[in-house]
Design a binder for this molecule. Structure first.
Ligand SMILES: Nc1ncnc2c1ncn2[C@@H]1O[C@H](COP(=O)(O)OP(=O)(O)OP(=O)(O)O)[C@@H](O)[C@H]1O
Length: 259
């Protein structure tokens, strides 16, 4: 199910403003890639281009290619809705549908895709997705309670269950634990470690310990001054980035000298 992503010469614009310039990188399947860098360097913007989510902002567009298993997401015949089904996203703040039940939340993406599903298949999918998100045991006796009745960490795992219920090939996570307490953060990190057996995962994080703990590869982005585009400075095995990065800017950033 997991797929390889090959980004070539990608520029991202908000109208005339080039927010990200010249990114080329390969993201391997069944691995976790962390995107790190100072505020405004374009991590979230870049992440969103991997499932065309930036296009919800009027005027946002890209130049370059994003190949997912060889197919360019930006080919004219590619449907962005189909792309977002294939490449799921989890946001910083857990965003379950508050009045929908826990079970209906898990099924929300599947229903949006107009997939007809029998009652027993739906029950199976709810259970397998919640198990996949490490939430089943905590909620199995209250599946019909509203999603908003869960704690923040549980809500985030519910959002992950919703994302994996549509069986995506790639999961994008934009600071998925930054709004959570340390215990919930640990649960999300453990979950990421399990999910990478099946998915290609790309995660934006401000927390360098987290990048070091959860990712196999790390990409460091930087922006030299306001108004300039963010750029990929280097990408390597996480261990290398955090021990012997090849660029001085990376070393300065990971050692806390700026950012
Ligand atoms: N909707 C938008 N319209 C115009 N410019 C935007 C928009 N969103 C982001 N930008 C600009 O694009 C650049 C990159 O922003 P982005 O949010 O991707 O950075 P980031 O590295 O994720 O930052 P942070 O770590 O603070 O979340 C910034 O200069 C930002 O001001």
């Amino acid at each position: 199910m997991a797929q390889r992503i090959d980004v070539k010469d990608l520029d991202v614009f908000y109208g005339d403003f080039r927010a990200v310039a010249d990114v080329s990188m390969v993201i391997e399947p069944r691995s976790v890639t962390a995107l790190i860098g100072p505020s405004g360097c374009g991590k979230s913007t870049f992440l969103r281009t991997l499932n065309r989510m930036h296009e919800v902002i009027p005027g946002a567009h890209v130049q370059g290619t994003v190949l997912v298993d060889g197919v360019n997401l930006y080919d004219r015949e590619v449907d962005p809705v189909a792309v977002r089904r294939q490449i799921g996203m989890v946001f910083q703040r857990p965003n379950p549908f508050p009045t929908m039940s826990i079970a209906e939340n898990v099924l929300a993406g599947v229903r949006l895709n107009n997939r007809r599903i029998s009652r027993s298949d739906a029950a199976d999918l709810v259970e397998s997705s919640l198990r996949g998100a490490n939430l089943w045991k905590e909620v199995k006796d209250r599946l019909h309670k509203p999603g908003s009745s869960l704690s923040g960490g549980q809500q985030q795992r519910l959002c992950i269950a919703r994302a994996i219920a549509v069986k995506p090939q790639v999961l994008l996570m934009d600071e998925p634990a930054s709004a959570l307490d340390p215990i919930s953060t640990l649960a999300i990190e453990e979950l990421i470690a399990e999910l990478k057996n099946e998915y290609t995962i790309v995660i934006v994080t401000h927390n360098m310990q987290q990048a070091a703990r959860v990712s196999d590869r790390t990409a460091f982005f930087n922006v030299t001054e306001a108004g300039e585009p963010g750029r990929l400075v280097e990408m390597d095995d996480t261990r290398t980035i955090f021990s012997v990065p090849s660029q001085k800017a990376t070393e300065d950033y990971i050692s806390g000298r700026f950012g």
